[in-house]
Ligand binder design. Structure first.
Ligand code: PLP
Length: 453
């Protein structure tokens, strides 16, 4: 039987994360060199390496018997806990009725894009999840490229908004930011909010990395700065290392009563409600407790230590510039200084650069610029510094907290040797590129043939 797929689906591209998974799996399982059985230097996956907090695991086990459907917006106990969590950590006063729970923030952002009329403004570089959704919904969109400091400028935002005809515009503001790891401070957010008010721009503030902010007191939610026009999304995936639980939430702007009714309709149509046991487990993750507080402190400190090391080690390689992360577990590395040599080696797109780095003998996985909504020829890449055993490193940190910068470097060397070796491999790659001995091209071509099969 031949099935006919709807044209709307045919027209969208495979989301980059799925492409990447297939690419890495297919490629790596085909490397014929036995010495490469160590695996990959994994700088590609955006996943927290830590175990799901014990409190959440226990609450899930305790609630396996909850088999009834939950209320569409989420169970009241969870919405209350999320409200208190936002008050405690982010200083936000949120009525639980403004909170909707969904199966991950990705789904909720999609649902928001479904109900909100208007052109989408997408700051770039960007997380690879937004664009396929915008395209699938056939929404008009415009990119808003960051300035050299890695952030968008309110002046550029105003100029772009003035060009757009829509009565309402929607901007997706991801802060802290994937892929740069940068954080917009209070003043920067206020300047952006001023333009949003003036130009009628609704903000979807994707704050999934808020809790990872290294100097936590520096994080300010856009929901506080622009409460009348911001939808804040957050969830369990990054701060609680539970992406697989699929639980996120959105806080609606104040006074959006009719919109909430429309939103509920969409959620009820598309997924009814999040799994009830998962919602009960999530309560333990959002309730204020000593255990969760320690978990956030320890995990953000480890991300900070790994980030600091990765930033210094990569920036020390001549020709590489990187953002200096304030949060998350990513930074953006800029390899454009090697453009001439890369083109000479027939590596003329960021996709080709990712393929060459994954090829033997480098086996280093990165996310190339084209997956970050940058130009195909922009040799920038996202580097995720999470390739270590999270459970072990968590315990080692508790046992012996590194204090000085020397101790922090030692901590990385002892606990994350693949990060250290992977950065050395990136260094070797560019050294070889410079001196013309990159890789034997035959080997590379052979691997590429395998990838394309
Ligand atoms: C910026 C950003 N937003 C949203 C998500 C998805 O979050 P969730 O697991 O809640 O759907 C991710 C995951 O990588 C992300 O990096």
């Amino acid at each position: 039987m031949k099935f006919i797929v709807d044209q709307q689906v045919e027209d969208i591209e495979m989301p980059e994360n799925l492409k990447l998974n297939t690419f890495l799996k297919e490629f790596h399982s085909n490397c014929s060199h036995p010495e490469c059985s160590f695996g990959l230097y994994g700088f590609a996956f955006g996943q927290s390496p830590f175990p799901v907090p014990k409190l959440i695991q226990e609450a899930l086990i305790k609630n396996v018997d909850k088999g009834t459907y939950a209320d569409v917006p989420g169970i009241p106990e969870l919405r209350n806990a999320i409200s208190k969590y936002n008050n405690h950590y982010f200083g936000m006063d949120v009525d639980p009725k403004r909170i909707y729970v969904g199966p991950g923030t990705k789904e909720l952002i999609f649902n928001l894009l479904e109900i909100l009329h208007g052109t989408v403004i997408l700051p770039t570089p960007a997380w690879l999840g937004y664009l396929p959704q915008i395209r699938f919904l056939k929404k008009n969109y415009h990119m808003l490229p960051a300035r050299v400091n890695g952030k968008i400028s309110p002046i550029d935002l105003r100029k772009l908004a003035l060009r757009l005809q829509d009565r309402q515009k929607i901007m997706i503001l991801n802060n802290p930011h994937n892929p740069t790891g940068l954080l917009y401070d209070k003043l920067e957010l206020e300047e952006i909010a001023d333009v949003c008010r003036e130009q009628n721009i609704t903000v979807i503030a994707d704050e999934i990395y808020a809790q990872t902010t290294y100097k936590f007191e520096n994080f300010v939610s856009m929901g506080k700065i622009y409460p009348e026009g911001t939808f804040v999304t957050n969830g369990l995936s990054k701060s609680h290392a539970a992406g697989g639980y699929r639980l996120g939430y959105v806080i609606f702007p104040q006074h959006a009563i009719d919109l909430k009714r429309q939103f509920k309709k969409i959620l009820a149509t598309e997924f009814t409600a999040v799994s009830t046991p998962i919602q009960h487990a999530a309560i333990a993750g959002f309730e204020i407790s000593k255990e969760m507080n320690e978990y956030f402190d320890v995990t953000r400190s480890i991300h900070h230590i790994m980030g600091e090391y990765t930033f210094h080690a990569l920036s020390a390689i001549e020709g590489i510039k990187t953002t200096k992360p304030d949060a998350t577990f990513y930074l953006l590395a800029d390899f454009n200084a090697f453009a001439t040599e890369l083109q000479k080696a027939k590596i003329n797109t960021s996709q080709k650069l990712s393929e060459s780095l994954i090829a033997h003998p480098y086996h280093t996985a990165i996310i190339g610029g084209d997956s970050l909504v940058l130009e195909r020829t922009d040799f920038s890449a996202r580097i995720a510094y999470v390739d270590y055993d999270g459970a072990k490193v968590y315990q080692n940190y508790l046992d012996n907290k590194p204090k000085s910068s020397t101790e922090r470097v030692e901590f990385v060397k002892n606990n994350a040797p693949k990060i250290v070796a992977g950065i050395e491999m990136i260094c070797t790659f560019f050294k070889n590129l410079k001196n013309g001995s990159l890789i034997d091209l035959q080997t590379q071509k052979k691997s590429l043939m395998i990838i394309q099969r």
